[in-house]
Design a protein around this ligand. Structure first.
Ligand SMILES: Nc1ncnc2c1ncn2[C@@H]1O[C@H](COP(=O)(O)OP(=O)(O)O)[C@@H](O)[C@H]1O
Ligand SMILES: Cc1ncc(C[n+]2csc(CCOP(=O)(O)OP(=O)(O)O)c2C)c(N)n1
Ligand SMILES: [Mg+2]
Length: 331
């Protein structure tokens, strides 16, 4: 059945299995607003949208993967404040010819990501448009800890990263080179890694639990790598008024698993790791005596150099944003 055959109430009824309650939900879907408990007297909130063809392709990704990606990239922003996601609202512009099954599957993906961290969908808005425009807004609780903003770092801090780096860009390159669905034309030895990269590109797997864990371990600043490691490290370095020195060993370690695939596709694993966006890894600045949580890799340290400068083994590296929708060198 196509959406054109349904009114908004019928659509919402069809999606109702995905409107769950958690302990923060005082009023969920169905009233003018949701009513969400915020025991801390403060909460974190963020929003992010994705647009068909520009941020995903409906013929590359299954609808549940698109839903999961939209949820995950929003949830990652909450994790990047050291917080726990509690509730999501969605604003969706949908073409008339879209199948109801597509939309249900999309919500299944959203819900699967939300479930992973105990968050629920509590509201939204539906509109018709010829292009898919999918927006989520997410709220979260700090559970009594301090928010890990980008500006808390100082010279001498440890720089550590949790999550995948470059895997999403590798997945994008695989899709661009015709491997969006079928990997059988790849050498057998590369297929498991290729499948992992492709899945991370299509649905994103940020280390959501590491945000609150990092906050508890004393992280002074956190950011998620939506636009690429160097761009996002530059943001945290500028906000914290420090420079960052990265280690070659950390880069080599991050590149190692991706190298065979990069070589096969004629791509550069270093480019994937340093400039690839949408991995939503968590990069943090920790005090020099901190024990960084398991799952965080040490990447370097902050220095009192020119704010926002990133060096790799002493040499300044450029951090141009490949993914700036306004005026950048967006591909
Ligand atoms: N249209 C907008 N109106 C108000 N604030 C915005 C708008 N777009 C982005 N921002 C804010 O600017 C900051 C940077 O945005 P963005 O680069 O999208 O962050 P992120 O990479 O974490 O999603 C965020 O604090 C965001 O809330
Ligand atoms: C079809 C397609 N082409 C290219 C990309 C890659 N891409 C699009 S936007 C983006 C960066 C992040 O997007 P943005 O909207 O800037 O996210 P934010 O920084 O707001 O979290 C990347 C890597 C993609 N996801 N899909
Ligand atoms: Mg954004």
């Amino acid at each position: 059945m196509r959406l054109a055959e349904l009114d908004e109430n019928q659509l919402l009824q069809a999606l109702s299995p995905y409107f769950r309650h958690n302990q923060e939900t005082l009023v969920g879907v169905g009233d003018d607003c949701a009513l969400i408990a915020a025991p801390d007297s403060q909460y974190v909130v963020s929003t992010d949208m994705i647009i068909g063809e520009q941020d995903f392709k409906a013929d590359w990704s299954r609808p549940w993967q698109i839903g999961r990606r939209l949820a995950m990239q929003n949830l990652a922003d909450i994790a990047a404040m050291g917080a726990r996601p509690t509730a999501l609202v969605l604003s969706l512009a949908l073409p008339n010819e879209l199948e109801l099954d597509w939309l249900k599957s999309f919500y299944q993906g959203l819900d699967s990501a939300a479930k992973q961290v105990g968050a629920v969908i509590v509201g939204g808005d539906l509109s018709r448009f010829h292009t898919l425009i999918l927006n989520a807004t997410v709220m979260g609780s700090l559970d009594g800890t301090n928010a890990c903003t980008r500006d808390g770092g100082e010279p001498g801090d440890l720089v550590a990263v949790a999550g995948h780096l470059g895997f999403s860009y590798a997945g994008l390159d695989l899709c661009r080179q015709g491997y969006a669905q079928d990997l059988s034309a790849l050498p057998a030895a590369l297929r498991p890694l290729a499948a992992q990269c492709r899945d991370i590109f299509k649905s994103a797997e940020p280390p959501l639990a590491q945000g609150p864990r990092a906050a508890k371990a004393g992280a002074k600043a956190l950011i998620d790598t939506s636009d690429g490691l160097l761009v996002d490290l530059t943001r945290i370095a500028k906000a914290s008024q420090v420079s960052i020195e990265l280690s070659i060993q950390a880069l080599d370690q991050a590149m190692a698993p991706l190298r065979p695939l990069a070589d096969f596709l004629g791509k550069d694993a270093k480019e994937w790791v340093l400039y690839g966006g949408e991995d939503h890894a968590l990069a943090g600045l920790f005090p020099p005596d901190a024990t960084v949580p398991k799952g965080f890799q040490l990447w370097g340290k902050t220095l009192a150099g020119s704010p926002g400068t990133i060096t790799l083994a002493g040499t300044k590296v450029a951090s141009q944003n490949r993914w700036d929708h306004f005026g950048g060198t967006h591909e």
